[in-house]
Design a protein around this ligand. Structure first.
Ligand code: FRU
Length: 538
């Protein structure tokens, strides 16, 4: 850690030195300009390139798209603009991984064409060749995406978004667009996009969920080419302070039972629980035609108006992987770790945006509620290098423990006995000697968990980035509070009570945050359990 800081300071001085010499000369030579770029880039790499979250090597990325698994490989595609570090004409970038942690970027998968830019969508493995795209016994992999026609948009038309398909016969590396695109033309709805397709095994049909302004539309098909409208959902349900985008409908076993329920994930922008982009979900049943809310879940909605997958400000447009083998059976999710309120302004330049850690979703049920839990995928644990475990630790002893932990690639597990806590605020701070501090914690006065990134380093690149503390209300009457905190160079992902509540946020410190403390006016509290897991990634 010390070496890291030293290297970092060295890089800064080198950067400043190079900026100075170039600034002194009126006629900067090309070589010197390059030198400045190189030094700034290595500084950015050192300070902000995540240790274990996916970023493209260069340029702009947003939503995850078309994730599927096949023959030992997890595929991740993403909204990508290869020519700039801000949003522009969308392509699908591509990355593959053996474990959803270590990603290798691949050549661009889909390019814009005459019908438009390539907006978000999904991919299915058409095992039975229902589409007929298969050849010589090879099952086609089929991408279903939105074509966004820029000219149509400019001309003020309503029908500029349509749904199209493409297929791959080499497991998702190269693609052929279908000659009869689009497969769903626009019925006159301005925002008509982000098709997510699943195979409904009971009804033997493909089902597409599509975002259509303030609702979700469901379509069905037997061959992925011809689609029938079935029903729509949600016009008067859940949060509606923004546009509905990136839906995902899928069945899931209720944890610990044989009951199956259907989850409908819907991203919304803006109007998230702490501002800007966020993702809500609904629990119900799907009969092959329409999605009906479960009664118990309806009551939850009456109380809370919306139920959120993540209460932090930086998890958007996330959807689940398709074609996960039944022997695995997990529902695996990844989200875009940013927020449209400031995504274009975050202070990285070579690349912009990061994905969340891949997460496993589980549906749990109690007498009053259904809750969709998320936790980091188990695969992350195979990168564990060292684990420190302590029971009943006094807060003042924590510092000693953490002296040489790498807090930018670690998972912390903490447990508090809530009965022992006073009506105080318990602050968990990650900081550096220069004063950048990210504070998370429990406000036990008004029963809220919070993230405060207001002094976490660079924040003034956008006034929307850190105007407030992000909060989530905790259930009353809990005996203990357990949480996992996943830390990388620019992100914190907090999973409370086995992933029942999740908060994901970005931060951009001026120097690495390498110190850690837990403080409160209450000097007597103990941490029931502390476990620090350090990772190693190469
Ligand atoms: C969500 C979104 C999608 C759209 C894509 C465009 O972040 O707005 O609705 O398909 O981004 O890049």
């Amino acid at each position: 850690m010390k070496n890291k800081l030293y290297n970092y300071l060295l890089l800064i001085s080198l950067g400043i030195f190079l900026v100075n010499i170039t600034a002194c000369k009126e006629n900067k030579s090309k070589k010197q300009e390059d030198a400045v770029v190189v030094s700034e880039t290595s500084l950015e790499e050192e300070l902000y390139r995540p240790n274990f979250h996916f970023t493209p090597e260069a340029n702009w990325m947003n939503d995850p798209n078309g994730m599927f698994y096949l023959n030992g490989k997890y595929h991740l595609y993403f909204q990508y603009y290869p020519e700039s570090n801000v949003w522009g004409p969308m392509h699908w970038g591509h990355a593959i991984s053996d474990d959803m942690i270590n990603w290798k970027e691949q050549p661009i998968a889909l390019y814009p064409d005459d019908l438009g830019l390539i907006f978000s969508g999904s991919i299915v493995v058409d095992t039975n060749n229902t589409s007929g795209f298969g050849e010589n016994g090879i099952a086609p992999v089929v991408a279903i995406f939105t074509h966004h026609n820029m000219q149509g948009e400019k001309d003020g038309k309503l029908d500029f978004q349509t749904q199209s398909i493409a297929y791959s016969l080499d497991e998702g590396f190269t693609w052929t667009k279908y000659s009869n695109n689009p497969v769903i033309s626009n019925p006159g709805i301005k925002d008509f996009r982000d098709p997510k397709v699943i195979w409904d095994d009971k009804n033997k049909k493909w089902i597409m969920s599509l975002a259509a302004g303030n609702k979700i539309m469901f379509y069905s098909s037997t061959n992925l080419k011809e689609w029938n409208f079935e029903s729509d959902f949600g016009e008067n349900l859940g949060q509606h302070g923004g546009l509905w985008e990136c839906p995902d409908l899928f069945p899931i076993k209720v944890d610990g039972s044989d009951e199956t329920k259907w989850v409908l994930i819907v991203s919304i922008n803006p109007a998230g629980p702490n501002g800007g982009s966020a993702t809500q979900y609904f629990i119900g049943d799907f009969n092959g035609k329409s999605f009906e809310l479960d009664k118990k879940f309806s009551k939850q909605l009456n109380e809370d108006n919306a139920v959120w997958l993540d209460y932090g400000r930086d998890n958007y447009a996330g959807v689940t992987w398709s074609n996960i083998p039944e022997t695995d059976g997990r529902k695996l999710f990844i989200g875009w770790m940013s927020n449209w309120e400031y995504a274009r302004d975050v202070p990285t330049f070579k690349w912009r945006s990061t994905m969340t850690i891949a997460r496993e979703l589980k549906l749990k049920s109690n007498k009053d509620k259904f809750i969709l839990h998320s936790l980091p995928v188990d695969e992350l644990n195979s990168y564990s290098n060292k684990t420190i475990k302590k029971d009943k630790i006094e807060s003042s002893d924590i510092k000693k423990l953490l002296n040489d932990s790498d807090l930018d690639m670690a998972k912390l597990n903490l447990e508090f006995e809530l009965n022992d806590l006073k009506e105080e605020t318990y602050n968990i701070s990650f900081y550096n000697k220069e004063g950048d501090t990210l504070i998370i914690g429990l406000n036990n006065l008004d029963n809220k968990f919070f993230i405060n990134r207001q002094k976490s380093g660079k924040v003034d690149f956008s006034e929307k980035f850190a105007p407030n503390t992000s909060t989530v209300s905790m259930q009353k009457g809990m005996k203990s509070l357990k949480f996992q905190i996943l830390l990388d160079k620019t992100s914190i992902e907090i999973f409370l009570n086995d992933g029942e509540i999740v908060m994901t946020e970005l931060f951009f410190p001026n120097y690495p945050l390498e110190l850690f403390s837990i403080t409160s006016k209450d000097k007597t509290f103990k941490i029931e359990n502390l476990q620090i897991q350090e990772f190693k990634f190469n």
